[in-house]
Design a protein around this ligand. Structure first.
Ligand SMILES: Cc1cc2nc3c(=O)[nH]c(=O)nc-3n(C[C@H](O)[C@H](O)[C@H](O)COP(=O)(O)O)c2cc1C
Length: 191
């Protein structure tokens, strides 16, 4: 059994215990949301999502991410046809493409861009959930065919890599939270 050590005082952050439990909620309760209402996502909400995306950790703080905000119905519809399970993007009020621009990338191995952009993507999804929005991660990289097609539709230069796509809106239907903790997945010190 894993022993979780509770801290009695405050640690390096500024959250008390109740605030901490509140802060963990979006992480523990987030689910993929694939159905949306017609309610638009405001520019203010979009700003918060992008700010969360840019707050992610990245290798050597390289921050290789750039974003394309998808709001146009025609472009969303075209992009939604690229992946086999991307149909929900067509009816979502908002899509966000997360791209990697490796110009000046500082990390020792350029392949770290995948982890950088994935961390950014997860931040966006968690922020969305915390704001009452729902979103789903749509698999893009490393499917070359999908990347090329998205490049063509959105005018992305060859030097910029489309890594992930998220579809976001106010939830029509939202799956219930579930507990994904499995003790057998945890090893201590050695496998
Ligand atoms: C790399 C990656 C690619 C994914 N691609 C798709 C996709 O193309 N279509 C889709 O509906 N969901 C996609 N998902 C969402 C997963 O299906 C979902 O996260 C998983 O089933 C767990 O469910 P949950 O997010 O509700 O916990 C993807 C998730 C990841 C991390």
């Amino acid at each position: 059994m894993i022993r979780l050590r509770e801290r009695s005082g405050r640690s390096g952050n500024s959250l008390g215990r109740n605030d901490m439990e509140e802060a963990l909620k979006p992480i523990l309760e987030r689910r993929s949301c694939r159905s949306y209402t017609d309610q638009p996502v405001s520019d203010e909400a979009l700003y918060k999502l992008l700010r969360a995306g840019m707050a992610a950790p990245s290798a050597m703080n390289s921050q290789p991410w750039e974003f394309i905000v998808l709001r146009d119905d025609g472009i969303k519809a075209a992009v939604s046809r690229v992946g086999p399970h991307w149909g929900m993007l067509k009816t979502a009020p908002l899509g966000i493409l997360v791209l990697a621009n490796l110009e000046g990338y500082r990390a020792t191995r350029k392949e770290f861009f995948v982890q950088d952009c994935s961390a950014s993507t997860q931040n966006i999804l968690l922020a969305a959930h915390a704001m009452g929005l729902g979103g789903v991660w749509l698999g893009l990289y490393p499917h070359e065919d999908r990347m090329e097609e998205v490049r063509r539709i959105c005018g992305i230069p060859q030097a910029v890599i489309p890594v992930t796509l998220v579809s976001i809106g106010y939830p029509g239907q939202m799956p219930l939270p579930r507990d994904s903790f499995f003790e057998q997945k945890v090893h201590t010190n050695v496998y």
